[in-house]
Design a protein around this ligand. Structure first.
Ligand code: TXA
Ligand code: MG
Length: 339
C-alpha cells in the first residue's frame, strides 16, 4: 500500500507506482470521477490481473486513460472531427469516447470488441502516472465487480486490499460518478452511459445524440451497441434499494406508511426533516452535484450500518440527474415505484 498525500505528489511514490505498472502490476489510483484500478493497457497479462482482482466478467471492456492527444491517435484507428471537438471542450475530464480501436489495443483490453473507450482524466495523480510512465492505462472502477464504485481511499482499501500491488491514497473524488460514455464508432453519436458531462452539454457540441436503451432502462443482453457493463447488476449495495418517483410530499407520505426497523431514506437536503427513518440527505434538485459526489459513499454507509431497505427519492432525469437516475435504477435492480 502506498500512501500519497496531495502535498507529496512530486515524491518518489509516483515513480514507485510507475515502476509497478511498467513491470506489469496493477494499482488503484484516484481519478476525478471514481477510483480506478490501473494496468498497462497494452500488456494483456497485466490487464488480465485487473479482471482477476475485481472478479469482472471477461466480456466487459476496459476504458483506456491517456494524458495527451498524441496517445489518442495511436490507440484509435480513426479519430473523427467530432472526437477532436469533444476533446477540446471536455478533456481533461469525465468523458469517455468509444472509437474504432487501433491494432495496438489488445483484445484483453477491448474484450474482443473492434472499438475502444478512451478518456483523458483531469485528476493530477493519474495524469502524473500516465505522463511519467508513458503508458496508456486501462482502468475500470476500483471496486469488486457489482459493488458501488469507490470514491474514497478507504472504500478502495475495503474492496481491494491484498488483491492489488498498490493503492494510492488521495482526497475523495470530486465528480463521484463514473464518466459519461459516448460512442463515435459509427452512425449517429450515441450516449452509452450518462455521467459528469451531461447529454445537454454533449449536444451543444455534437447536435442530436441518440440515447442507448441502457441509459433509461435495462440493457439488452443481446445488444452489442450498449456498454457491455450496463447489463450487469451494478452499483448495488447489500441493502435492497427501492426508487420512489414523485413529489417531496408523496415521498414523505410513502415513508410514513413504510417506516420499519432496518429502513433508511436517501433524499435531497431538506426532505429528511421529520422523516420516520434515518436518512442520508445529499444535494438539492437544483444542485444535484452534491448527490452525485456522495451517492456511492452513502450506499456503502447504509451497508456498514446494517440498513436492509433504502428508499431513494428519484432525481429527475435531466442534466446530471440523468446520471443519478441511471445509477439508481441499477442499484435498485429496477424496483421503481411511481407515487
Ligand atoms: O469514470 C470512469 O469511467 C471510471 C474511471 C476509473 O475512469 N472508469 C469506469 O470503468 O467506470 P468501468 O470499467 O467501471 O466502466 C466502463 C464501462 C463499462 O460499462 C464498459 O462496458 C464500457 O464502459 N465500455 C468500455 N469500453 C467500451 C467499448 N469499447 N464499447 C462500449 N462500451 C465500453
Ligand atoms: Mg465499474
Amino acid at each position: 500500500m502506498i500512501p500519497i498525500g496531495e502535498r507529496t505528489l512530486e515524491a518518489d511514490a509516483i515513480e514507485e507506482v510507475c515502476d509497478i505498472l511498467k513491470g506489469g502490476g496493477i494499482a488503484a489510483l484516484p481519478t476525478e470521477t471514481v477510483y480506478g484500478l490501473a494496468a498497462d493497457a497494452l500488456n494483456p497479462q497485466a490487464v488480465a490481473k485487473i479482471f482477476e482482482a475485481k472478479g469482472r466478467p471477461q466480456d466487459n471492456p476496459l476504458i483506456v486513460h491517456i494524458a495527451a492527444l498524441s496517445m489518442l491517435k495511436e490507440l484509435a484507428a480513426e479519430v473523427p472531427p467530432d472526437a477532436y471537438a469533444l476533446a477540446e471542450r471536455f478533456w481533461p475530464g469525465p468523458l469517455t469516447m468509444v472509437l474504432p480501436k487501433s491494432a495496438r489495443i489488445p483484445d484483453a483490453t477491448s474484450a474482443g470488441l473492434p472499438t475502444v473507450g478512451i478518456r483523458m482524466p483531469s485528476h493530477p495523480v493519474i495524469r502524473a502516472v500516465i505522463e511519467r510512465s508513458g503508458l496508456p492505462l486501462a482502468a475500470p472502477s476500483a471496486n469488486r465487480s457489482g459493488s458501488p464504485s469507490t470514491t474514497t481511499a478507504q472504500h478502495c482499501i475495503d474492496d481491494l486490499s491484498g488483491r492489488v500491488d498498490a493503492i494510492v491514497i488521495s482526497s475523495d473524488c470530486t465528480v463521484g460518478l463514473e464518466s459519461t460514455i459516448v460512442s463515435l464508432a459509427g452512425g449517429r453519436p450515441r450516449l452509452l452511459r450518462p455521467g459528469g458531462v451531461t447529454l445537454e452539454e454533449l449536444e451543444e457540441v455534437l447536435g442530436p445524440v441518440e440515447l442507448d436503451a441502457a441509459v433509461l432502462g435495462r440493457a439488452d443482453p443481446q445488444s452489442r451497441a450498449s456498454a457491455p457493463g450496463m447489463k450487469y447488476r451494478h452499483y448495488a449495495p447489500k441493502a435492497q434499494v427501492r426508487l420512489l418517483l414523485g413529489s417531496s410530499q408523496q415521498y414523505r407520505a410513502y415513508l410514513e406508511a413504510h417506516a420499519a426497523p432496518g429502513a433508511a431514506a436517501l433524499c435531497f437536503h431538506g426532505e429528511e426533516i421529520g422523516l420516520p427513518v434515518p436518512a442520508a440527505a445529499l444535494g438539492t434538485p437544483e444542485r444535484p452535484q452534491e448527490m452525485a459526489q456522495g451517492l456511492f459513499c452513502a450506499l456503502r454507509d447504509f451497508d456498514e450500518k446494517g440498513v436492509q431497505t433504502v428508499y431513494a427519492h428519484c432525481p429527475s432525469p435531466e442534466g446530471l440527474g440523468l446520471a443519478l437516475y441511471n445509477r439508481l435504477i441499477r442499484a435498485a435492480a429496477f424496483d421503481i415505484v411511481k407515487l
